[in-house]
Write a protein that binds this ligand. Structure first.
Ligand SMILES: Nc1ncnc2c1ncn2[C@@H]1O[C@H](COP(=O)(O)OP(=O)(O)O)[C@@H](O)[C@H]1O
Ligand SMILES: [Mg+2]
Length: 323
């Protein structure tokens, strides 16, 4: 494709495509900086993952983007509407599914959704139609009249999702929507998110579970200590920041394995049983040559695919799980 004739070029194309733009967005709580100054573009139709350990600043970032927390610096634009100067239109375009459940326990799902729908000015037949649709997305149609306080954690999470959808926002923001849910509800939430994407909704998904982000998201930003430390597609992040490991299985007796392990150690290899593991991946040829020079027979070589855990480790020197 000839880019010169394709429109305003990459920056212009990205801007017109942008559903959410964060522009130097940051937050201080007193002397503590929760979010430094984030620049990020979420494009129309994508599922974008914001991944980071607890305390990284994910909730603060999206709370600012949704107009719930006032920024200390920078701004955000939602579907072109600035949250500072055009807050009403910006908030209408966004649906927030908060980390902490925002539901009325003594009401039914239908009553909860009616309440949230009315906040957006929905009434009458249109409100009823939206409620039925949102209940269907959440898979709660058959429990629509029961009290929320009788629901499992997973059902409450699904209703929380429905509440964020009732005004059919352009951008749906989900903050750790699977914390404390059973596998079946988690599966349902994932399927719902994909179905919403298929009908054109843009999704911003925050999580500290890298497996979820890997499974669901088209692009990812990794956050740590209030900053985005890397962003891109999974393939880009893996290629740039995570080489993945190498496993070499030795065929032989204990002495042969010990000799191979001794040769591997200076190259970063560690031994578990008959398997020597290198992390990050070393240069293949010298590593294999060093092992074979001991006379050891190599039974199997496995290249381990880098995951986001590896990427996070490479970027921060810490694991996502223990951060
Ligand atoms: N209302 C607040 N007052 C003071 N500090 C806060 C407040 N909200 C969040 N923080 C701090 O900001 C940092 C980022 O928190 P948060 O955005 O909740 O991270 P995450 O969602 O990634 O776990 C943490 O150090 C947290 O303690
Ligand atoms: Mg959070």
């Amino acid at each position: 494709m000839n880019r010169d004739n394709a429109g305003p070029g990459q920056n212009g194309a990205a801007a017109s495509d942008a559903v959410l733009e964060l522009v130097g967005l940051g937050k201080d709580y007193g002397a503590r900086t929760a979010v430094q100054a984030i620049d990020l573009v979420i494009r129309r139709g994508e599922i974008f993952g914001l991944l980071g350990p607890n305390g990284a600043g994910k909730t603060t970032t999206i709370s600012m983007a949704c107009g719930v927390v006032p920024p200390s610096r920078g701004t955000a634009r939602i579907a072109g509407h600035d949250i500072r100067s055009d807050a009403f239109a910006a908030k209408r375009a966004i649906g927030l599914v908060p980390q902490d459940l925002a539901l009325y326990d003594d009401l039914s799902p239908r009553q909860n959704l009616a309440f949230f729908g009315q906040l957006y000015g929905l009434t009458g037949a249109e409100l009823a139609r939206r409620i039925d649709w949102a209940l269907g997305v959440a898979g709660l149609g058959d429990r629509a009249g029961d009290l929320v306080k009788t629901f499992s954690g997973g059902m409450k999470r699904r209703l929380n999702l429905a509440a964020g959808l009732i005004h059919q926002p352009t951008l749906l923001v989900l903050d750790e929507p699977t914390v404390g849910v059973d596998p079946q509800s988690r599966r349902h939430i994932f399927d719902s998110i994909r179905a919403l994407q298929a009908r054109g909704m843009t999704i911003l998904y925050t999580s500290h579970y890298m497996e979820e982000v890997e499974e669901l998201c088209d692009r990812v930003a990794i956050m740590d200590a209030g900053a985005v430390v890397a962003s891109g597609t999974l393939a880009e992040l893996r290629a740039q920041h995570g080489a993945g490991g190498l496993e070499v299985e030795i065929d032989g007796d204990g002495d042969a394995i010990a000799a191979a392990a001794a040769a591997a150690a200076p190259l970063g290899g560690t031994r578990t049983g008959a398997v020597l593991r290198f992390e990050p991946r070393p240069a293949y040829a010298p590593a294999l040559a060093a092992i074979e020079a001991t006379g050891a027979q190599i039974k199997r070589i496995g290249a381990q695919r880098a995951d986001l855990e590896t990427v996070f480790l490479a970027l921060t020197g810490r694991g996502l799980r223990d951060a």
